[in-house]
Design a protein around this ligand. Structure first.
Ligand SMILES: Nc1ncnc2c1ncn2[C@@H]1O[C@H](COP(=O)(O)OP(=O)(O)OP(=O)(O)O)[C@@H](O)[C@H]1O
Length: 336
């Protein structure tokens, strides 16, 4: 649905040139939730603002539904932007307008009649669970409720694409979860493509199908969230995961005082609930001890990773990977 080709963005100010994006290629599929994660200053905001041309690239093309939006006239762009909703970190609501008027605002710009505006606004407010708050002002709502208004406003024009710029960064963890659940629900129910930027791996884990990691204006790693979580390749990805409590390398300290073979098991879906350790231990007569482990969930899919120390007959140890593979579990040797 979206293709970015060799996008560069350079900001120049007296005495300083900043390469916010230094050659980004990206493909985002229709109907997916795509996350862009990176540290502060990595280029996330600049990148997401390229998708509706709130920022213009210095070089490169942005394709949305086979249209090169960098080549559109201002009038074409205005029309195009009506099909793109945007949700902001600080909600950006009009404080002097009621909830319903905030949601009507983008509809008014399309020339819709007041009655039709109100009908649509009530529809989206019901979708985000705010029907009874329609007549209130933003200051009378909690942060989470204000963000729901922001989401309703973004959905009012029936966009095909929803851009979320750190939509949960200003919210507490519980409210963050409820907003993320709402985004997931919208993605499923409306088939909407969602692109979000965040600095939190938990956000990626909870809602995204695929993820790109950006650092210093360059995409350093991208792929299915499960694959990136189970096998992070780039040091920035590893560090971001480690900071959110998913430390793939924590076993190294534990392993120092232990002799013998070390293996890492990676599993997802059905395999997560299989009694694979006891079966392997029983069938091959091996002693297995867990040096590190985590079992969690990415969107609806359970997944896990275990680092094991393996003791016992060498021939039996050689059969271990095959036995796990038969269960759909990947077994990699960390130390022979
Ligand atoms: N309008 C601007 N003028 C000059 N430099 C800018 C401008 N906007 C962004 N930059 C620079 O471009 C780089 C990327 O900024 P950007 O805001 O995209 O990063 P980010 O990953 O969104 O960071 P944060 O998480 O802190 O919002 C930074 O070095 C920033 O200072």
């Amino acid at each position: 649905m979206i293709r970015l080709e060799n996008i560069r963005k350079t900001y120049e100010s007296p005495g300083r040139v900043s390469h916010a994006l230094a050659g980004v290629d990206l493909h985002i599929r229709q109907g997916e939730v795509f996350g862009i994660i990176g540290r502060s200053g990595a280029g996330k905001s600049t990148l997401i603002r390229m998708l509706n041309l709130l920022e213009r690239p210095t070089q490169g093309d942005v394709w949305v539904r086979d249209q090169n939006i960098t080549k559109m006239s201002e009038a074409q762009l205005r029309k195009f932007r009506q099909g793109v909703g945007m949700v902001f970190q600080h909600f950006n609501l009009l404080r002097s307008r009621t909830v319903i008027d905030n949601v009507c605002f983008p509809l008014r710009l399309t020339g819709m009649s007041r009655a039709a505006q109100l009908e649509r606004a009530h529809e989206v407010l019901s979708l985000v669970g705010l029907t009874e708050h329609a007549g209130k002002y933003p200051r009378q709502l909690s942060g989470g409720q204000q963000q729901r208004v922001g989401i309703a406003r973004a959905l009012a024009n029936r966009p095909e694409l929803l851009l979320c710029d750190e939509a949960t960064s200003a919210l507490d963890p519980e409210t963050t979860q409820s907003i993320l659940r709402l985004l997931l629900d919208i993605n499923k129910r409306l088939g909407l493509t969602i692109v979000l930027i965040t600095h939190g791996m938990d956000v990626i884990r909870t809602v995204c199908d695929r993820v790109a990691v950006i650092d210093a204006g360059v995409i350093v790693e991208s792929g299915e969230v499960l694959d990136v979580f189970l096998h992070p390749q780039h040091p920035v990805t590893q560090a971001l995961l480690s900071e959110s409590g998913i430390d793939a390398e924590g076993w190294r300290d534990m392993a120092q005082g232990i002799a013998g073979r070390l293996v890492r098991l990676s599993f997802r879906g059905e395999a997560t609930v299989q009694p694979m350790l006891s079966r392997a231990s029983r069938e091959l007569n091996l002693d297995l001890s867990i040096l590190q482990g985590s079992v969690s969930r990415i969107k609806d899919t359970p997944y896990g990773q275990l680092v094991l120390s393996v003791q016992g007959d060498a021939e039996a140890q050689d059969k271990l990977a095959g036995l796990f593979a038969a269960e759909g579990v990947q077994c990699e040797e960390l130390r022979p």
